[in-house]
Ligand binder design. Sequence first.
Ligand code: ZN
Length: 134
Amino acid sequence: MIQQIDHLGIAVRNLDASVEYYENALGLHCHGREEVASQKVKTAFFSVGEVHLELLEPTAEDSPIAKFLEKNGEGIHHVAFKVDSVSDQLKQAADAGVRLIHEVPFEGAANKWVAFLHPKSTQGVLTEFCQERS
Ligand code: ZN
């Protein structure tokens, strides 16, 4: 079951400059930075109430974020829903005919299990399911 929007993923070219913008211009506090080697990204996190912002800078040219930036420029990259079970949510989506990017959850940033639905099946919104790893 979907509980709430967990975070918005935002693709940026320069993580340091972006963190500075969110801190100085918006007054938010960056509460974590992390590199996710499997996705070839560096991330920085902000909290806005219960929703987070996840800034994503590519660490390699073949990173999915590098490809996104090349095609679309900077901006909102994905919407992440907090769910009880990523596996159950993937199954429900697959049963409804949605194309999956990941058949099984993998370890994402911020100590979570994550998986993505293909934007061709979701009206253009790259959709992530995430679940706390216990
Ligand atoms: Zn995310």
